[in-house]
Design a binder for this molecule. Structure first.
Ligand code: CIR
Length: 254
């Protein structure tokens, strides 16, 4: 999987009032903006052309653009996000994505799906069933993608918030995985880079061509990924972690 572009959205001031289950405190907006700018620079360093969308104050969580779409080589799928306060974020994506895609598909109610629940491994997509993605949404996704020759496997989640909270694909048949995925039958045929419970947050990392971007402060994960032959970029993610966000959530890469 070779990527050349990314779409991100700056956080707005309302970001500090977004959804969260963490007890890490309120984000510092100025610091979030700084961390977001560093994120954009890292994507550029990894070789991507980045489209930066302006903040949308109406939607506190809209900096987590990953949840609004799944972008493939053959089509874009606009999702139907499972959180009420986030569902309207897709309206703007309907305006933005036709700049990049001729073929756009949609997940429709009663189906719900968040992009954070979708992981692409070459021509195979894994979809987690979570509090945001229901079976109806996952089945619609499978029906859509099978038209384009992709395979789709549905994975019920036990503990993780989103599928990609605990797993990432690095290319070369290699997965970084944590928690419930470590012993999962579904992923047993891939090479495993296992991330232990205390450093589980670093399982949400992103592979872009030769680079892997990981959150800062996770030395054991950094070592494993460096030893596997990737160039690692570390980013401070403190203000996004406070709102349950990880590295993948902040961009759509295609
Ligand atoms: C939410 O609860 O929707 C946001 N505060 C965090 C979304 C994180 N997105 C992702 O994991 N793809």
């Amino acid at each position: 999987m070779k990527f050349s572009r990314a779409i991100v959205r700056k956080p707005g001031q309302s970001y500090v009032n977004g959804l969260t289950t963490s007890d890490l405190g309120k984000p510092d907006f100025a610091l979030a903006l700084e961390q977001h700018a560093a994120y954009v620079e890292a994507l550029k360093q990894a070789g991507l052309e980045v489209t930066v969308l302006e903040a949308d104050e109406r939607f506190p969580d809209s900096t987590f653009v990953e949840d609004t779409a799944v972008l493939t080589e053959k089509c874009a799928v606009i999702t139907n996000p499972g959180a009420d306060s986030r569902n309207g974020e897709i309206e703007d994506m309907k305006q933005v994505l036709p700049r990049f895609y001729d073929t756009i598909e949609y997940i429709q109610a009663p189906g719900f799906l968040d992009g954070g629940d979708v992981m692409q491994v070459e021509n195979h997509f894994y979809v987690g069933l979570s509090t945001r993605t229901n079976e109806e949404g996952a089945i619609q996704f499978r029906e859509i993608l099978s038209k384009y020759g992709y395979e789709v496997t549905i994975v019920p989640l036990k503990e993780f918030f989103h599928l990609k909270t605990g797993i990432a694909y690095l290319g070369n048949d290699t997965l970084v995985l944590a928690g419930e995925f470590i012993d999962s039958e579904v992923f047993k045929d891939y090479k495993h880079l296992v991330v232990e419970k205390e450093v589980e947050y670093s399982a949400n990392c992103i592979h872009i061509n030769d680079h892997v971007i990981i959150p800062k402060g996770f030395d054991s994960t950094k070592k494993q990924i460096t030893d596997a032959g990737y160039q690692v970029i570390e980013l401070d993610m403190s203000e996004f972690r406070k709102q349950d966000g990880g590295l993948s959530c902040l961009s759509l890469r295609f």
